[in-house]
Design a protein around this ligand. Sequence first.
Ligand code: GLP
Length: 236
Amino acid sequence: MRIIRCANYEELSQKAAEFVAAQITLKPDCVLGLPTGSTPIGMYARLVEMGMDFSEVTTFNLDEYYPIKKDNPQSYHYFMTENLYSKVNLKPENIYIPNGETTDPAAECKNYEKSILACGGLDMQVLGIGQNGHIGFNEPGEMLNSYTHVTKLTQNTIEANARFFNSMDDVPKQALTMGVATIMRARRILLLASGKSKAHVVRALQGSVIDPEIPATILAAHNDVTVIADAEALGE
Ligand code: GLP
């Protein structure tokens, strides 16, 4: 695992954008796995400013709340449209995001996983990290050999994400998420961590002990992981 230390959020965003841009330059028709949350917002803004050519790129989003309407401003569908899709030349047919409006979530998850494979697998998966160490919405204590599935959010995640909703009651209680095994199959992984609230999970990440209570620690078993973290997340 390689750790890139950044002084602050601005530097983290710049480095992360350069990393993704380099992937697109190396392989213009690459398949990217993309995250939501507050951490990657700066990275998306820099990628847009760089004027990267996304015309041959395919993207798969990590997760989506369930159930949620696509036009709900808190949906990840809405987030991605605002921060990236509407601002770069990605082809609509090359954009995949789990459908939070589906009436058959199990079939949606199965098809999502099939689509990733049909596109040749993920060249690079970009991740944020939850305060409890979740990646995507793979919560502590869940199976680590999972593919895309429906999951129940933990109380900790509902509380952490309530800041984006009017009230805690408005936070959906479930999500559709790539599984840990889906993420681990990506050929390269980039994880972004910013702020004091991530310091304890970033510390755990740097050890080589895999702890199912901190799902991100599984990344120790992947051979191409880069963590870009700011000083606060590194506890400095
Ligand atoms: C959500 C997402 C995660 C993300 C996490 C952290 O729970 N499902 O993929 O990593 O939030 O968000 P933030 O970057 O806002 O701390």
